[in-house]
Design a protein around this ligand. Sequence first.
Ligand SMILES: NC(=O)c1ccc[n+]([C@@H]2O[C@H](COP(=O)([O-])OP(=O)(O)OC[C@H]3O[C@@H](n4cnc5c(N)ncnc54)[C@H](O)[C@@H]3O)[C@@H](O)[C@H]2O)c1
Length: 259
Amino acid sequence: MSVFELHGRKALVTGGARGLGAGMAEALARAGAAVAVADIREDIGKATADALAQSGVTARFVPLNVTNEASWEAAITRTIHELGGLDIVVNNAGIEISELIVDLNPQNVLGAALGIKHAFRAMRPGGAAGKGGVVINVSSVAATIAFPGIAGYSATKSAVDRLTRVAAMESGKLGYGVRVNCIYPGLVPTEMGTQLAVDMATLGLYPSPEAAAGAVIGLTPLGRLGEVSDMADAVVFLASDAARFITGVGLPVDGGMGM
Ligand SMILES: NC(=O)c1ccc[n+]([C@@H]2O[C@H](COP(=O)([O-])OP(=O)(O)OC[C@H]3O[C@@H](n4cnc5c(N)ncnc54)[C@H](O)[C@@H]3O)[C@@H](O)[C@H]2O)c1
């Protein structure tokens, strides 16, 4: 069996209804995992899970608002019940926030923090799943470079990066058996990524959304925007045994933009 295979593993992907999360759920399922598509949007989340299930993999929709503690408890319980365990949690859900600091919305920090907390409670020895596992948090290239117009977003994603490091340290020291890592995606033209380029133009930082995207490409040695599969494959790697000695890292998946 390849070290990248995930047969027998059970994964929960937050924000799995669309965009990067949907791609991550699909890639984890293709690698052999059973997946819970966990999202606040029941309409598109169910459709994503159904489409995956129709392709022959095990997939379920699980309702989840990542900023709500009771919602996390219910989602973890339901996932363990429906999939038979929990080995992988991908804290991907997030919101696009091109805004001034006076309007800062800390939702991205809250969602990831609660995600790590409830993943640990479930996966550590004595937890409802109890076999250890993997947590992957989705930070952003915005945590590694200064880009105009996204101070609040950068701050929340930098917090996700630091949460990752301390969580990896605590898990190791307390014997939870959970590896914790994060990825820093570059700009991907999902609904969120496309909106970000529009907002850059609206804020007057670039003459058009195309110019904003072009500026990102200009900063990227590999010379293109990211694709959903670029992020999804990195998540599969970090979830798999190929990454068995990797914890507490932030992996740039940005074509070199953040170097
Ligand atoms: N697209 C990019 O360019 C880019 C770059 C760097 C990092 N990221 C990060 O990647 C992640 C996914 O981004 P995307 O581009 O796929 O975004 P998206 O807006 O296309 O999808 C986000 C998903 O998260 C869900 N969601 C939002 N709030 C939620 C909540 N409170 N509870 C549960 N689900 C919730 C949405 O319903 C949606 O399905 C985000 O954390 C984002 O910050 C994206």
